[in-house]
Design a protein around this ligand. Structure first.
Ligand code: GDP
Ligand code: MG
Length: 177
């Protein structure tokens, strides 16, 4: 009873992928529980936080968003990759180019000593636009398997399924983070 209360542990998770894939919207969805409006999405922050409870212990999850630093990454990059507990790679299912960029992002991570020993997941975002998909689940799953990562297909906009305005496919993706 004389012990001080335990400090809340912080889990730093970095969210990586091309500009426009939905990194900001995904981190916002996770921390605020909803899709951001236009102005909220453009406010640049290093990270968003949310306290969750796992096995009775409160854990502070820090999701690091690149907030447009894609362009001046050189100076940011050390700060960004320091003390990382997990990595989320994001592509946009409606953008084959964002999927093709993944090896470069994975390589950058590896260069910062974040290899397979750090938990990594692959997230295909914008599944609410499934009808515009350019990246099949099968192809993404092959890639994920080849890199020993689990794959989650999701939507920051409509994580519980269905096309915009209601439609079919209500359970074909998973809320990833
Ligand atoms: P970032 O550059 O990776 O941070 O991408 P943003 O989070 O800023 O999102 C880029 C654009 O994609 C914005 O216009 C978002 O409204 C849109 N967007 C993000 N996530 C989704 C999604 O799940 N579904 C759809 N339809 N649009 C999304
Ligand atoms: Mg962003």
């Amino acid at each position: 009873s004389s012990l001080p209360p335990p400090r809340t542990r912080i889990f730093k998770i970095i969210v990586i992928g091309d500009s426009g894939v939905g990194k900001t919207c995904l981190t916002y969805r996770f921390c605020a529980g909803r899709f951001p409006d236009k102005t909220e999405a453009t406010i640049g922050v290093d990270f968003r936080e949310k306290v969750i409870e796992i096995d009775g212990e409160k854990i502070k999850v820090q999701l690091w968003d690149t907030a447009g630093q894609e362009r001046f990454r050189k100076s940011m990059v050390q700060h960004y990759y320091r003390n990382v507990h997990a990595v989320v790679f994001v592509y946009d299912v409606t953008s084959a180019a964002s999927f093709r960029s993944l090896p470069a992002w994975i390589e950058e991570c590896r260069q910062h000593a974040l290899g397979q020993e750090v938990p990594r997941i692959l997230v295909g975002n914008k599944c609410d636009l499934r009808h515009l998909s350019q990246v099949s689940t099968e192809l993404a799953q092959q890639f994920a398997d080849a890199h020993s990562m689990p794959l989650f297909e999701t939507s920051a906009k409509n994580p519980h399924g269905g096309e915009e305005g209601g439609g079919r496919n209500s359970s074909d993706h998973v809320e990833a983070i």
